[in-house]
Design a binder for this molecule. Structure first.
Ligand code: ATP
Length: 229
């Protein structure tokens, strides 16, 4: 039996709630994400993908419904518990990565592991393994400013996976990559999911990639409109 890593139950979100410009964005989203599965969210611009990823990633606490992480209802958890869960269990890949500019690519991936108590040697080995999987190991000692946009994006991908999260949330993780590099990052992602049993929820406009994931959900006008398994 597959364990549910993420369960979203009746998620509702209105931006600017209670004001004249109240914008209902999510109108009751239910989603079950088991371990070892990759689910694509496909949606037109403005449909609420980022809003949903923020709620799933415990970055927002003003919403209706429940977010369960590994069976625990995080919508009722306090700040400290949500912060700990974010650090230890969730990896994020944003459209705009925020690598630390004064540190090398390698250090950007090592530091979050040290903060989590991983011994330095082990953290470096893990970082180098991740960098190799996405083809940027030879740039390990470069600072972000000395990397191309696509290389920075790949480093951010490695950083998100550094602490072996149980849940990966990604907003267009291959958005700015050329087709060959996008393929390499996608294969690395699928490989890691199969090896580790991580679960991933990935927003993408790339229908070809979405079709290769385990399932696609379509978000439209605040609801899940169609499912393909
Ligand atoms: N902080 C906010 N305050 C008010 N409205 C917001 C806020 N954030 C987002 N919205 C609105 O909520 C809707 C959903 O935004 P969201 O960023 O989740 O869309 P998206 O599906 O991720 O879009 P895209 O693909 O263009 O990034 C949009 O209409 C947006 O204008």
């Amino acid at each position: 039996m597959n364990k549910m890593v993420l369960s979203l139950r009746k998620i509702k979100k209105t931006h600017n709630y209670g004001t004249e410009q109240a914008i209902p964005v999510l109108k009751g989203i239910d989603l079950e994400l088991p371990a070892g599965k990759v689910v694509a969210i496909v949606a037109p611009s403005g449909a609420g993908k980022s809003t949903l990823l923020h709620i799933a990633g415990l970055l927002d606490d003003e919403y209706g419904g429940e977010v369960h992480l590994s069976g625990q209802d995080m919508s009722r958890a306090n700040d400290a518990a949500r912060t700990a869960a974010r650090r230890q269990e969730i990896g994020f890949i944003y459209q705009f990565h925020h690598l630390l500019p004064e540190f090398s690519a390698l250090e950007n991936i090592v530091l979050p592991q040290l903060a989590n108590g991983t011994p330095r040697r082990q953290a470096i080995d893990k970082a180098m393994d991740l960098l190799s999987r996405v083809g940027v190991a030879d740039r390990a000692s470069h600072r972000p400013a000395a990397l191309s946009g696509g290389q920075q994006q790949r480093v951010a991908f490695c950083r998100a996976l550094a602490n072996s999260p149980r849940l990966l949330l990604a907003d267009e993780p291959t958005g700015n990559l050329d087709p060959a590099t996008s393929e390499q990052v996608f294969s690395a992602l699928m490989g890691l999911v199969r090896e580790t049993g991580m679960a991933a929820l990935i927003a993408t406009h790339n229908m070809e990639l979405a079709a290769r994931m385990d399932r696609t959900i379509r978000l439209d006008a605040g609801r899940i409109s169609a499912k393909a398994s």
